[in-house]
Design a protein around this ligand. Structure first.
Ligand SMILES: Cc1ncc(COP(=O)(O)O)c(C=O)c1O
Ligand SMILES: N[C@@H](CCCC[NH3+])C(=O)O
Length: 439
């Protein structure tokens, strides 16, 4: 079994996470169930922060909350001294309700609504990452009306293509995100923002993509940024004090995935920024990053109850579980791959090969193809690893399947942080047909 974080197999042969028996968790909270290894989240946050501290560089590590957001997660992020990257009014609202310090909130998004911008300004958040000209002018107006000065970054698409799935690659020229560099629109944006009375332009942001295993793309993005900085210095007398290099640090989902230790990405970024700043005789800027997946991804495990088994002679064995694309859209959306074990028989030898199907009414609702497992049936619990990022966050009610519960585990204790949806929750916003349909 792939052991990571605090996961291990206990004396009964059960998968244990955070010192808690996952079979007990499944019995107590039901399945599907997301289980988060809090110690692993802490460890990752500390590794990112320590890398910056070891190089004595001013920094912010902002948790990209789109990976998994709920009030308890935001409170944990606060406790860990992380900043918070939000991309919608909903994420911001969750942060406000969680009591997250607003000065450490950064707001992203390629189409923030006017109501969202107003909400962010009124909440007094720390920074807005401006994505386009429309947002720039509307934010300027909103701040002017309120005589509120807002710190901003400009998001640029540096023209760097990350080696990852095309749906999660964001740094290339042909992208919906940010100001384009090749056409020169970024210069116009810098000039406008720098001259604005109520916007304080701190610097620039780039996010080249997600699930990245190497540092080359980040290095290229930094190099591009410094070419721009020299131009802005000369043309507009503007020198950024903040460079935000985004997130995207990869994790190991399956054997063969080769992420770097998180500190290595940071050290490499610092090395190039320091060298470039020294070369060009510029002051060292603050470096901000925004990890999502690498903070919570492999800390999450989903427990499912196994149900039906379909054996097709000489073709395949399907084992169906009580969740699927409703709690993990990634296999259907990105052909993402996962590993899993039987949580209740984690030591048993894998003698069979099963393909794990979800229960949604879609042939594409497959969680794992060809998973080696012991002979399994409806009495078993399947644990799927590394579901902590973009799992619950992208969960949905397709087929009116209620979304699972989420528990945090640490030091032998479990805390429910999101309740399981009930059927009543599914119809909470439904309204009955107002009048009889006239035929
Ligand atoms: C702007 C921005 N920052 C940070 C992230 C977090 O990425 P990841 O979860 O891969 O670290 C994303 C998502 O890809 C993003 O779009
Ligand atoms: N949701 C994606 C990543 C997109 C990240 C946001 N820009 C995933 O599961 O890999």
């Amino acid at each position: 079994m792939y052991t990571h974080g605090t996961s291990q197999i206990n004396k009964q042969g059960h998968l244990e996470i955070g010192g808690v028996n996952t079979v007990d968790l499944a019995n107590k909270y039901g399945t599907p169930l997301f289980v988060y290894d809090v110690a692993l989240i802490r460890e990752r946050a500390i590794q990112f922060q320590e890398a910056f501290k070891s190089e004595n560089v001013p920094f912010q590590v902002a948790y990209a909350s789109k990976a998994f957001s709920c009030m308890a997660m935001f409170q944990l992020a606060d406790e860990l001294g992380l900043s918070l990257d939000v991309v919608s009014g909903g994420e911001l609202y969750t942060a406000i309700e969680a009591g997250f310090p607003m000065e450490r909130v950064h707001f992203h998004g390629n189409n923030k609504s006017l109501a969202e911008l107003e909400m962010a300004v009124e909440a007094g958040i720390g920074c807005i990452v401006v994505d386009n000209f429309y947002e720039l002018s509307e934010l300027s107006r909103i701040c002017k009306e309120r005589e509120h000065t807002m710190d901003i970054l400009l998001r640029i698409t540096p023209g760097v293509e990350a080696h990852t799935h095309e749906y999660i690659s964001t740094g290339q020229e042909d992208s919906k995100f940010g100001f384009d560099l090749i056409s020169g629109q970024v210069h116009e944006a810098v000039q406008l923002a720098h001259n604005d009375a109520f916007l304080k332009l701190l610097g620039v942001h780039s996010h080249i993509g997600s699930q990245i295993f190497e540092t080359t793309g980040f290095v290229m993005a930094v190099e591009k940024m410094f070419e721009l900085i020299m131009e802005w210095k000369e043309r507009f007398h503007f020198t950024p004090t903040v460079l935000n290099l985004g997130g995207g640090f990869g994790i190991r989902y399956i054997e063969g995935d080769t992420p770097l230790p998180v500190g290595d990405y940071v050290i490499k970024m610092i090395e190039v920024v320091k060298a470039k700043a020294a070369d060009l005789n510029l002051e060292m800027p603050e470096i901000w990053i925004e990890p999502g997946r690498s903070l919570v991804g492999d800390a999450g495990t989903t427990l499912y109850s196994i149900g039906s088994h379909k054996h097709i002679p000489n073709v395949r064995d399907y084992l169906s579980v009580d969740g699927g694309m409703s709690d993990n859209l990634r296999p259907a959306l990105y052909q993402a791959e996962y590993e899993g074990v039987l949580a209740n028989r984690a030591n048993d030898e894998a003698t069979e090969t099963f393909s794990i199907a979800g229960k949604c009414c879609e042939s594409g609702d497959m969680l794992i193809w060809d998973l080696p497992l012991p002979k399994a049936n409806h009495e078993d619990i399947l644990a799927v690893f590394c579901t902590g990022a973009y799992g619950y966050a992208m969960a949905n009610n397709y087929n009116r399947i209620p979304r699972p519960a989420v528990v945090f585990v640490e030091d032998g204790e479990a805390f429910e942080v999101i309740k399981r949806e009930r059927y009543e929750d599914l119809i909470r916003l439904d309204l009955p047909l107002a009048k009889k349909v006239v035929k």
